[in-house]
Design a protein around this ligand. Structure first.
Ligand code: GLA
Length: 361
């Protein structure tokens, strides 16, 4: 009897020790596996990353959706009226098809990274509304048409809402030339080019209550007019202090009420707290990935994903904006040359604490 109880104690002790001290096994599962009952997990990529063996295998292990970081934007893909540069976009789509990944197309109409020619005539004057809409249509037909059946969703219009809370729409060249019509037209052209594609309006600061309402207003107007807008993209350029769980939850709830899908389309989490302040001089924060920032980032990622999981009926995808801390647009924004650490993998491609915050639930 005594022997049995010693043996049992021994077995229990070993079991307890294995459970407590076993390290997470990074090789077992990827993000997409942890989230298989929730939503696809995507990442913005460059063709160079797909050619690099280490980054390619990290992408394949963790993600089941990809987006071109830049290659499908109007400027890069359509640099002159009669010239399309398909090479990079094709490489990304071919990679996705070969490996069974979904592709989100990004984006068709934006005030940034748009080629100059599209707004100008031969003499360098601004074109008429009719000419600009015809050019937009030709562009959308060509790009969406080329990848029809391979790209399941498109960010059709990006960031059309003004940064001025008193205005609805941004006073961009699109708006100056076409008025608000360019938005509905872009969605109609995209729908004509691929009736099966899920069409998104995509924007940032979507958790700010006042901007949330202006986006809601725009989407409602479009929906009421029968415009084929199917989903909203919350870019998700967040930070370790923002947004709150309540405001993320409120945005998802509010937009879903329009009977549209919601995705987080460009997720990263700055370790700095100066948000979108572009002035370098105004930035007085210390730099670097301190233990405190590491902890706060893990907590904030964990909180955001718990809200996303709780809303899985509305959320149809979450895409990270870049793969690892090796490369992020936040290394140059809002402060040029200031290294940021916004992603789940460090510059050695190793999962950070933030990663475990996202997958341990
Ligand atoms: C916006 C765009 C993205 C990307 C980021 C960061 O959010 O939608 O394509 O350019 O800015 O640069």
């Amino acid at each position: 009897m005594k022997h049995y109880s010693i043996a049992a104690t021994l077995i229990l002790t070993i079991f307890f020790n294995i459970r407590c001290f076993s390290q997470p096994k990074p090789d077992d599962k990827g993000l997409k596996d942890y989230y298989k009952n929730y939503f696809p997990i995507g990442v913005a990529v460059t063709p160079g990353q797909l050619r690099d063996p280490a980054q390619r295998s990290l992408i394949l292990k963790h993600f089941n959706s990809i987006t071109a970081e830049n290659a499908m934007k109007m400027g890069p893909i359509h640099p002159e009226e009669d010239r399309y540069n398909w090479r990079d976009a094709d490489a990304i789509v071919e990679f996705a098809v070969a490996n069974g990944l979904k592709v989100r197309g990004h984006n068709l109409c934006w005030h940034k990274q748009a080629p100059k020619w599209i707004f100008l005539d031969q003499a360098g004057n601004t074109v008429t509304k009719e000419v600009l809409l015809n050019r937009l249509k030709a562009h959308i037909y060509a790009v969406v048409g080329r990848y029809k059946g391979k790209i399941y969703a498109w960010d059709v219009v990006n960031e059309a809402i003004s940064d001025n809370p008193k205005m609805l729409l941004r006073n961009s060249l699109w708006y100056k030339i076409c008025g608000e019509d360019y938005i509905a037209k872009a969605f109609e052209y995209a729908h004509q080019a691929d009736p099966n594609a899920v069409l998104f309006y995509n924007d940032y600061n979507t958790e700010s209550p006042e901007k949330r309402e202006r986006i809601f207003q725009l989407l409602k107007k479009l929906k009421d007019a029968g415009v084929p807008v199917h989903a909203v993209g919350l870019q998700g350029h967040w930070s370790i202090i923002d947004p709150s769980e309540a405001s993320l939850n409120a945005s998802i709830t509010r937009f879903s009420a329009l009977d549209i899908d919601v995705q987080v389309t460009e997720l990263d989490m700055s370790v700095y707290t100066d948000g979108n302040i572009v002035e370098q001089a105004s930035n007085t924060e210390s730099r670097g990935f301190s233990a405190d920032r590491e902890y706060k980032q893990q907590m904030q990622y964990a909180k955001m994903f718990s809200i996303l999981r709780a809303n899985k009926a509305s959320i149809t995808g979450v895409t990270f904006w870049n793969l690892s801390d090796r490369h992020s647009w936040l290394d140059n924004f809002p402060v040029r040359g200031r290294k940021n650490f916004p992603l789940l993998f460090d510059d050695q491609l190793t999962p950070k604490k933030a990663y475990w915050g996202v997958v341990n639930f």
